[in-house]
Design a protein. Structure first.
Length: 418
Protein backbone atom coordinates (compact mmCIF):
# COMPACT_ATOMS: atom_id res chain seq x y z
CA UNK A 1 0.00 0.00 0.00
CA UNK A 2 1.20 3.52 -0.77
CA UNK A 3 0.88 5.99 2.12
CA UNK A 4 1.53 9.73 2.12
CA UNK A 5 2.56 11.14 5.50
CA UNK A 6 1.89 14.87 5.74
CA UNK A 7 4.59 16.50 7.89
CA UNK A 8 8.13 15.55 8.89
CA UNK A 9 8.17 16.53 12.56
CA UNK A 10 8.76 13.83 15.14
CA UNK A 11 5.18 12.61 14.60
CA UNK A 12 5.48 12.31 10.81
CA UNK A 13 8.86 10.56 10.95
CA UNK A 14 7.83 8.06 13.64
CA UNK A 15 4.65 7.33 11.62
CA UNK A 16 6.77 6.74 8.52
CA UNK A 17 9.00 4.39 10.50
CA UNK A 18 6.19 2.09 11.63
CA UNK A 19 4.46 2.20 8.25
CA UNK A 20 7.68 1.30 6.43
CA UNK A 21 8.46 -1.48 8.92
CA UNK A 22 5.05 -2.95 8.09
CA UNK A 23 6.02 -3.09 4.42
CA UNK A 24 4.20 -0.04 3.03
CA UNK A 25 5.53 2.31 0.38
CA UNK A 26 5.85 5.60 2.30
CA UNK A 27 6.37 9.18 1.16
CA UNK A 28 6.78 11.99 3.72
CA UNK A 29 5.88 15.48 2.46
CA UNK A 30 7.04 18.68 4.17
CA UNK A 31 7.52 22.30 3.16
CA UNK A 32 10.77 22.65 5.10
CA UNK A 33 14.19 21.39 4.03
CA UNK A 34 14.96 19.02 6.92
CA UNK A 35 12.83 16.96 9.29
CA UNK A 36 12.09 18.31 12.80
CA UNK A 37 12.64 21.96 11.99
CA UNK A 38 9.32 23.25 13.41
CA UNK A 39 8.10 22.39 16.93
CA UNK A 40 10.21 19.23 17.10
CA UNK A 41 13.40 21.31 16.83
CA UNK A 42 14.28 22.41 20.38
CA UNK A 43 11.61 21.25 22.81
CA UNK A 44 12.45 20.77 26.48
CA UNK A 45 13.86 17.30 25.79
CA UNK A 46 11.79 15.42 28.34
CA UNK A 47 10.62 11.88 27.70
CA UNK A 48 7.90 12.23 30.30
CA UNK A 49 6.30 8.84 30.06
CA UNK A 50 5.28 8.97 33.71
CA UNK A 51 5.08 12.73 34.28
CA UNK A 52 2.46 13.21 31.52
CA UNK A 53 -0.19 15.50 32.90
CA UNK A 54 -2.92 17.67 31.32
CA UNK A 55 -2.54 21.43 31.49
CA UNK A 56 -6.24 21.87 32.11
CA UNK A 57 -6.43 21.05 35.82
CA UNK A 58 -8.59 22.05 38.81
CA UNK A 59 -7.45 25.43 40.10
CA UNK A 60 -5.82 26.48 36.84
CA UNK A 61 -8.40 29.22 36.05
CA UNK A 62 -7.71 30.90 39.41
CA UNK A 63 -3.97 30.38 39.09
CA UNK A 64 -4.10 31.93 35.62
CA UNK A 65 -5.46 35.16 37.12
CA UNK A 66 -2.63 35.17 39.67
CA UNK A 67 -0.04 34.41 36.99
CA UNK A 68 -1.25 37.43 34.99
CA UNK A 69 0.00 39.67 37.84
CA UNK A 70 3.46 38.06 37.98
CA UNK A 71 6.54 39.18 36.04
CA UNK A 72 7.87 35.63 35.90
CA UNK A 73 4.96 33.39 35.05
CA UNK A 74 4.27 30.05 33.32
CA UNK A 75 1.46 31.68 31.28
CA UNK A 76 1.24 34.85 29.18
CA UNK A 77 -1.51 36.28 27.00
CA UNK A 78 -0.80 38.35 23.91
CA UNK A 79 -4.33 39.75 23.78
CA UNK A 80 -3.85 41.82 20.64
CA UNK A 81 -3.35 38.60 18.67
CA UNK A 82 -6.55 36.96 19.92
CA UNK A 83 -9.16 35.99 17.33
CA UNK A 84 -12.39 33.96 17.43
CA UNK A 85 -10.51 30.65 17.29
CA UNK A 86 -8.33 31.70 20.25
CA UNK A 87 -11.38 32.50 22.39
CA UNK A 88 -13.17 29.33 21.33
CA UNK A 89 -10.13 27.18 22.17
CA UNK A 90 -9.68 28.88 25.56
CA UNK A 91 -13.33 28.22 26.45
CA UNK A 92 -12.92 24.55 25.53
CA UNK A 93 -9.74 24.34 27.60
CA UNK A 94 -11.46 25.94 30.62
CA UNK A 95 -14.17 23.28 30.37
CA UNK A 96 -11.45 20.66 30.94
CA UNK A 97 -10.37 22.11 34.30
CA UNK A 98 -12.77 20.09 36.50
CA UNK A 99 -11.33 17.28 38.59
CA UNK A 100 -13.47 14.75 36.68
CA UNK A 101 -12.11 15.88 33.30
CA UNK A 102 -8.57 16.04 34.67
CA UNK A 103 -8.74 12.41 35.84
CA UNK A 104 -10.08 11.21 32.47
CA UNK A 105 -7.50 13.20 30.48
CA UNK A 106 -4.59 12.22 32.68
CA UNK A 107 -5.44 8.52 32.28
CA UNK A 108 -5.61 8.93 28.48
CA UNK A 109 -2.30 10.78 28.32
CA UNK A 110 -0.60 8.26 30.57
CA UNK A 111 -2.00 5.40 28.49
CA UNK A 112 -0.44 6.75 25.29
CA UNK A 113 2.78 7.83 27.02
CA UNK A 114 3.36 4.53 28.79
CA UNK A 115 2.72 2.57 25.59
CA UNK A 116 5.22 4.93 23.99
CA UNK A 117 7.75 4.08 26.72
CA UNK A 118 7.55 0.43 25.65
CA UNK A 119 8.04 1.48 22.03
CA UNK A 120 11.11 3.58 22.97
CA UNK A 121 12.60 0.63 24.85
CA UNK A 122 12.09 -1.57 21.80
CA UNK A 123 13.50 1.02 19.39
CA UNK A 124 16.54 1.70 21.59
CA UNK A 125 17.26 -2.03 21.61
CA UNK A 126 16.88 -2.26 17.83
CA UNK A 127 18.70 0.87 16.65
CA UNK A 128 21.75 2.67 17.90
CA UNK A 129 20.41 6.22 17.48
CA UNK A 130 22.59 9.00 18.86
CA UNK A 131 20.26 11.49 20.56
CA UNK A 132 21.90 12.18 23.95
CA UNK A 133 19.40 9.84 25.58
CA UNK A 134 19.53 9.33 29.36
CA UNK A 135 16.99 7.30 31.32
CA UNK A 136 17.46 8.85 34.77
CA UNK A 137 13.99 10.04 35.69
CA UNK A 138 12.27 13.36 36.30
CA UNK A 139 12.53 15.23 39.59
CA UNK A 140 9.76 17.75 40.13
CA UNK A 141 10.88 20.19 42.81
CA UNK A 142 8.57 22.17 45.08
CA UNK A 143 9.53 25.58 46.44
CA UNK A 144 6.80 25.75 49.15
CA UNK A 145 4.81 23.44 51.40
CA UNK A 146 1.63 24.56 49.59
CA UNK A 147 3.02 23.34 46.26
CA UNK A 148 4.11 20.10 47.85
CA UNK A 149 0.65 19.51 49.37
CA UNK A 150 -0.88 20.31 45.97
CA UNK A 151 0.87 17.27 44.47
CA UNK A 152 -1.48 14.93 46.38
CA UNK A 153 -4.06 14.67 43.57
CA UNK A 154 -1.35 13.90 41.00
CA UNK A 155 0.10 11.26 43.28
CA UNK A 156 -3.30 9.63 43.77
CA UNK A 157 -3.64 9.22 39.99
CA UNK A 158 -0.08 7.90 39.67
CA UNK A 159 -0.96 5.31 42.29
CA UNK A 160 -4.18 4.38 40.55
CA UNK A 161 -2.33 3.96 37.23
CA UNK A 162 0.52 2.00 38.88
CA UNK A 163 3.14 4.54 37.82
CA UNK A 164 6.34 4.18 39.86
CA UNK A 165 6.95 7.39 41.83
CA UNK A 166 8.32 8.60 45.13
CA UNK A 167 7.68 11.72 47.22
CA UNK A 168 11.15 12.75 48.36
CA UNK A 169 12.60 15.11 50.95
CA UNK A 170 15.29 17.67 50.22
CA UNK A 171 18.11 15.24 51.00
CA UNK A 172 16.73 12.70 48.53
CA UNK A 173 16.31 15.44 45.93
CA UNK A 174 20.03 16.07 46.33
CA UNK A 175 20.85 12.39 46.02
CA UNK A 176 19.08 12.35 42.63
CA UNK A 177 20.37 15.75 41.54
CA UNK A 178 23.59 16.51 43.46
CA UNK A 179 23.89 20.09 42.14
CA UNK A 180 20.73 21.03 44.07
CA UNK A 181 22.90 20.92 47.24
CA UNK A 182 23.99 24.45 46.25
CA UNK A 183 20.41 25.73 46.52
CA UNK A 184 18.90 23.39 49.10
CA UNK A 185 17.24 26.25 51.01
CA UNK A 186 15.13 27.09 47.97
CA UNK A 187 13.26 23.77 47.85
CA UNK A 188 11.11 21.85 50.33
CA UNK A 189 10.92 18.47 48.58
CA UNK A 190 10.11 16.76 45.32
CA UNK A 191 8.30 14.10 43.36
CA UNK A 192 10.63 11.63 41.66
CA UNK A 193 9.55 9.60 38.63
CA UNK A 194 12.24 7.04 37.83
CA UNK A 195 10.72 5.87 34.51
CA UNK A 196 11.26 9.15 32.62
CA UNK A 197 14.13 10.06 30.32
CA UNK A 198 15.73 12.95 28.46
CA UNK A 199 17.27 13.55 25.05
CA UNK A 200 17.42 15.70 21.94
CA UNK A 201 14.25 15.35 19.84
CA UNK A 202 15.80 16.96 16.75
CA UNK A 203 18.71 14.48 16.76
CA UNK A 204 16.29 11.61 17.43
CA UNK A 205 13.98 12.54 14.55
CA UNK A 206 16.78 13.05 12.04
CA UNK A 207 18.49 9.82 13.11
CA UNK A 208 15.21 7.94 12.67
CA UNK A 209 14.60 9.64 9.30
CA UNK A 210 17.94 8.16 8.17
CA UNK A 211 16.76 4.73 9.26
CA UNK A 212 13.47 5.31 7.41
CA UNK A 213 15.41 6.10 4.21
CA UNK A 214 17.19 2.74 4.60
CA UNK A 215 13.73 1.12 4.55
CA UNK A 216 12.90 2.97 1.33
CA UNK A 217 10.91 5.92 2.73
CA UNK A 218 11.04 8.88 0.38
CA UNK A 219 11.20 12.41 1.84
CA UNK A 220 9.72 15.11 -0.39
CA UNK A 221 11.15 18.10 1.42
CA UNK A 222 10.59 21.71 0.32
CA UNK A 223 7.06 20.75 -0.77
CA UNK A 224 4.16 22.89 0.44
CA UNK A 225 0.80 21.13 0.69
CA UNK A 226 -1.89 23.53 -0.52
CA UNK A 227 -5.02 21.41 -0.18
CA UNK A 228 -6.50 17.97 0.38
CA UNK A 229 -8.85 16.92 -2.44
CA UNK A 230 -11.75 14.58 -1.68
CA UNK A 231 -14.32 12.65 -3.65
CA UNK A 232 -17.04 10.17 -2.60
CA UNK A 233 -15.98 10.09 1.05
CA UNK A 234 -12.30 9.53 0.30
CA UNK A 235 -9.19 11.63 -0.15
CA UNK A 236 -8.33 11.54 -3.85
CA UNK A 237 -5.08 13.58 -3.87
CA UNK A 238 -3.03 16.39 -2.37
CA UNK A 239 -2.40 19.60 -4.27
CA UNK A 240 1.18 20.63 -3.56
CA UNK A 241 3.91 22.93 -4.81
CA UNK A 242 5.35 19.83 -6.52
CA UNK A 243 2.06 19.05 -8.28
CA UNK A 244 -0.67 16.55 -7.49
CA UNK A 245 0.24 13.61 -5.21
CA UNK A 246 -1.85 10.44 -4.88
CA UNK A 247 -1.75 7.48 -2.51
CA UNK A 248 -3.97 4.77 -1.06
CA UNK A 249 -3.92 6.33 2.41
CA UNK A 250 -2.95 9.67 3.97
CA UNK A 251 -1.79 10.50 7.51
CA UNK A 252 -2.03 14.05 8.91
CA UNK A 253 1.02 14.86 11.05
CA UNK A 254 1.17 18.62 10.48
CA UNK A 255 1.56 19.75 14.10
CA UNK A 256 -0.05 23.12 14.84
CA UNK A 257 -0.80 23.70 11.16
CA UNK A 258 -3.08 20.66 10.73
CA UNK A 259 -6.34 22.64 11.16
CA UNK A 260 -5.51 24.88 8.17
CA UNK A 261 -5.78 21.95 5.76
CA UNK A 262 -8.37 19.80 7.50
CA UNK A 263 -10.81 22.71 7.91
CA UNK A 264 -11.14 22.85 4.09
CA UNK A 265 -12.58 19.31 4.13
CA UNK A 266 -14.89 19.76 7.12
CA UNK A 267 -12.67 18.42 9.92
CA UNK A 268 -12.45 21.13 12.60
CA UNK A 269 -9.54 20.03 14.73
CA UNK A 270 -9.52 21.88 18.08
CA UNK A 271 -5.75 22.37 17.95
CA UNK A 272 -4.19 25.67 19.05
CA UNK A 273 -0.57 26.79 18.53
CA UNK A 274 0.47 27.20 22.18
CA UNK A 275 3.75 29.08 22.07
CA UNK A 276 6.70 28.01 24.21
CA UNK A 277 10.36 28.90 24.48
CA UNK A 278 13.66 27.16 25.11
CA UNK A 279 17.30 27.96 25.70
CA UNK A 280 20.15 25.58 24.88
CA UNK A 281 23.56 26.21 26.38
CA UNK A 282 26.91 24.47 26.68
CA UNK A 283 27.80 23.20 30.15
CA UNK A 284 30.61 25.15 31.79
CA UNK A 285 30.71 23.34 35.16
CA UNK A 286 29.48 19.75 35.14
CA UNK A 287 29.34 19.55 38.96
CA UNK A 288 26.72 22.33 38.98
CA UNK A 289 24.57 20.87 36.18
CA UNK A 290 21.51 18.62 36.42
CA UNK A 291 21.96 14.92 35.62
CA UNK A 292 18.45 14.49 34.22
CA UNK A 293 15.26 16.62 34.11
CA UNK A 294 14.43 18.92 36.99
CA UNK A 295 10.96 20.43 36.75
CA UNK A 296 10.43 23.67 38.64
CA UNK A 297 6.82 23.22 39.69
CA UNK A 298 6.27 26.89 40.52
CA UNK A 299 7.27 28.27 37.13
CA UNK A 300 6.58 25.07 35.08
CA UNK A 301 10.05 25.29 33.59
CA UNK A 302 12.07 22.12 32.84
CA UNK A 303 15.85 22.10 33.07
CA UNK A 304 17.11 19.11 31.11
CA UNK A 305 20.54 17.58 30.73
CA UNK A 306 21.91 16.55 27.33
CA UNK A 307 25.43 15.11 27.04
CA UNK A 308 27.37 18.39 27.11
CA UNK A 309 24.48 20.85 27.00
CA UNK A 310 21.59 22.02 29.15
CA UNK A 311 18.16 22.71 27.68
CA UNK A 312 15.68 24.89 29.57
CA UNK A 313 12.12 24.91 28.27
CA UNK A 314 8.73 26.18 29.26
CA UNK A 315 6.12 28.96 29.15
CA UNK A 316 2.69 28.82 27.59
CA UNK A 317 1.98 31.97 25.63
CA UNK A 318 -1.38 32.45 23.93
CA UNK A 319 -0.28 34.46 20.91
CA UNK A 320 -1.83 32.68 17.92
CA UNK A 321 0.74 31.80 15.22
CA UNK A 322 3.16 34.58 16.19
CA UNK A 323 6.73 33.25 16.46
CA UNK A 324 8.66 36.35 17.53
CA UNK A 325 11.39 35.76 20.08
CA UNK A 326 10.24 37.94 22.96
CA UNK A 327 13.30 38.90 25.09
CA UNK A 328 11.12 39.19 28.23
CA UNK A 329 10.25 35.51 27.94
CA UNK A 330 13.93 34.69 27.69
CA UNK A 331 14.40 36.34 31.07
CA UNK A 332 11.57 34.25 32.51
CA UNK A 333 13.11 30.89 31.58
CA UNK A 334 16.64 32.07 32.34
CA UNK A 335 15.47 32.69 35.90
CA UNK A 336 14.95 28.99 36.69
CA UNK A 337 18.31 27.78 35.40
CA UNK A 338 20.20 30.63 37.08
CA UNK A 339 18.25 30.11 40.32
CA UNK A 340 18.46 26.30 40.60
CA UNK A 341 21.72 25.60 38.73
CA UNK A 342 23.86 28.74 39.14
CA UNK A 343 27.15 28.54 37.24
CA UNK A 344 26.22 25.32 35.40
CA UNK A 345 25.87 26.61 31.84
CA UNK A 346 26.75 29.52 29.58
CA UNK A 347 23.36 31.21 29.88
CA UNK A 348 24.43 34.38 28.04
CA UNK A 349 25.65 32.31 25.08
CA UNK A 350 22.51 30.15 24.90
CA UNK A 351 20.50 29.58 21.72
CA UNK A 352 17.04 31.07 22.21
CA UNK A 353 14.16 29.36 20.39
CA UNK A 354 10.39 29.38 20.21
CA UNK A 355 7.95 26.73 19.00
CA UNK A 356 4.19 26.20 18.77
CA UNK A 357 2.79 23.22 20.66
CA UNK A 358 -0.11 21.63 18.74
CA UNK A 359 -2.39 21.76 21.76
CA UNK A 360 -5.82 20.20 22.22
CA UNK A 361 -8.13 21.51 24.97
CA UNK A 362 -7.78 18.25 26.93
CA UNK A 363 -4.02 17.78 26.26
CA UNK A 364 -4.75 14.37 24.68
CA UNK A 365 -3.70 13.84 21.05
CA UNK A 366 -6.25 13.15 18.31
CA UNK A 367 -5.48 9.78 16.76
CA UNK A 368 -7.14 7.47 14.28
CA UNK A 369 -9.78 7.36 11.57
CA UNK A 370 -11.81 10.26 10.20
CA UNK A 371 -15.02 10.47 8.17
CA UNK A 372 -12.83 9.94 5.09
CA UNK A 373 -12.10 6.24 4.54
CA UNK A 374 -8.42 6.69 3.76
CA UNK A 375 -7.49 9.68 5.96
CA UNK A 376 -6.00 9.06 9.41
CA UNK A 377 -5.05 11.62 12.07
CA UNK A 378 -1.87 11.71 14.14
CA UNK A 379 -2.29 15.22 15.48
CA UNK A 380 -2.50 17.47 18.53
CA UNK A 381 0.27 16.03 20.71
CA UNK A 382 0.64 19.34 22.54
CA UNK A 383 3.07 19.55 25.42
CA UNK A 384 4.44 16.03 25.14
CA UNK A 385 4.59 15.15 21.46
CA UNK A 386 8.02 13.59 21.54
CA UNK A 387 7.15 11.51 24.59
CA UNK A 388 4.02 10.18 22.90
CA UNK A 389 5.48 9.99 19.40
CA UNK A 390 6.39 6.32 19.09
CA UNK A 391 3.29 5.05 20.88
CA UNK A 392 0.89 7.30 18.98
CA UNK A 393 2.56 6.53 15.65
CA UNK A 394 2.64 2.80 16.15
CA UNK A 395 -1.05 2.93 16.99
CA UNK A 396 -1.77 5.06 13.90
CA UNK A 397 0.26 2.75 11.66
CA UNK A 398 -1.83 -0.18 12.96
CA UNK A 399 -5.03 1.75 12.14
CA UNK A 400 -3.72 2.51 8.62
CA UNK A 401 -2.84 -1.15 8.12
CA UNK A 402 -6.22 -2.32 9.46
CA UNK A 403 -4.43 -4.23 12.21
CA UNK A 404 -5.87 -4.58 15.69
CA UNK A 405 -3.78 -2.15 17.82
CA UNK A 406 -2.07 -3.01 21.10
CA UNK A 407 -3.13 0.37 22.54
CA UNK A 408 -6.67 0.76 23.89
CA UNK A 409 -8.16 3.47 21.62
CA UNK A 410 -10.87 4.65 24.04
CA UNK A 411 -11.14 8.46 23.99
CA UNK A 412 -8.28 9.09 21.59
CA UNK A 413 -10.13 9.83 18.35
CA UNK A 414 -11.83 12.97 17.09
CA UNK A 415 -15.17 11.41 18.12
CA UNK A 416 -14.66 12.64 21.71
CA UNK A 417 -15.34 16.21 20.53
CA UNK A 418 -18.64 15.38 18.82
C1 LIG B 1 8.86 24.97 24.42
C2 LIG B 1 8.40 23.57 24.15
C3 LIG B 1 8.82 22.55 24.98
C4 LIG B 1 8.40 21.24 24.74
N1 LIG B 1 8.89 20.25 25.54
C5 LIG B 1 8.59 18.96 25.27
C6 LIG B 1 9.19 17.93 26.02
O1 LIG B 1 10.01 18.16 26.90
N2 LIG B 1 8.85 16.63 25.74
C7 LIG B 1 7.93 16.34 24.78
O2 LIG B 1 7.63 15.16 24.60
N3 LIG B 1 7.36 17.30 24.02
C8 LIG B 1 7.68 18.60 24.24
N4 LIG B 1 7.12 19.61 23.49
C9 LIG B 1 6.07 19.26 22.52
C10 LIG B 1 6.64 18.65 21.25
O3 LIG B 1 7.79 19.35 20.83
C11 LIG B 1 5.57 18.68 20.14
O4 LIG B 1 4.38 18.09 20.62
C12 LIG B 1 6.02 17.93 18.90
O5 LIG B 1 7.25 18.43 18.46
C13 LIG B 1 4.98 18.04 17.79
O6 LIG B 1 5.48 17.33 16.69
P1 LIG B 1 4.72 17.33 15.30
O7 LIG B 1 5.47 16.43 14.41
O8 LIG B 1 3.27 17.10 15.52
O9 LIG B 1 4.81 18.86 14.80
P2 LIG B 1 6.02 19.62 14.09
O10 LIG B 1 7.32 19.22 14.64
O11 LIG B 1 5.66 21.07 14.14
O12 LIG B 1 5.96 19.10 12.59
C14 LIG B 1 4.92 19.48 11.70
C15 LIG B 1 5.50 19.54 10.31
O13 LIG B 1 4.44 19.81 9.39
C16 LIG B 1 4.97 20.64 8.37
N5 LIG B 1 3.87 21.36 7.71
C17 LIG B 1 2.88 22.07 8.30
N6 LIG B 1 2.04 22.55 7.36
C18 LIG B 1 2.51 22.15 6.16
C19 LIG B 1 2.07 22.32 4.81
N7 LIG B 1 0.97 23.00 4.51
N8 LIG B 1 2.78 21.75 3.83
C20 LIG B 1 3.91 21.02 4.11
N9 LIG B 1 4.36 20.82 5.36
C21 LIG B 1 3.67 21.36 6.37
C22 LIG B 1 5.89 21.59 9.13
O14 LIG B 1 6.84 22.16 8.25
C23 LIG B 1 6.53 20.66 10.15
O15 LIG B 1 7.75 20.13 9.72
C24 LIG B 1 7.51 20.94 23.68
C25 LIG B 1 7.11 21.96 22.82
C26 LIG B 1 7.55 23.27 23.05
C27 LIG B 1 7.12 24.36 22.10
Amino acid sequence: MKVLVLGSGVIGVTTAWYLAKAGNEVIVVDRLDTPATETSYANAGMLSFDYSTPWGAPGVPLKAIKWMMQDISPLYFDVKRFDASTISWMMKMLAQCSSEAFDVNKERMLRVARYSADCFRELNAELDLDYDVRMKGTLEVFRSQKELDGAASDVAILERCNVPHEMVDVQSCISHEPALANVKDKIVGGLYLPGDGTGDCHKFTNGLAQECRKLGVQFMMGTEIHSIETTKGKVSSLKTSAGELKADKYVIALGSYAPYLTRQIGINLPIYPLKGYSLTMPIIDESKAPVSTVMDQKYKVAVTRFDDRIRVGGIAEIANFNKELNPKRRGAIEFTVRDLFPGAGDVDGAEFWTGLRPMTPDSVPILGNTQYDNLVLNSGHGTLGWTMSLGASRYVADVVNGKSPDLNPEGLSMARYH
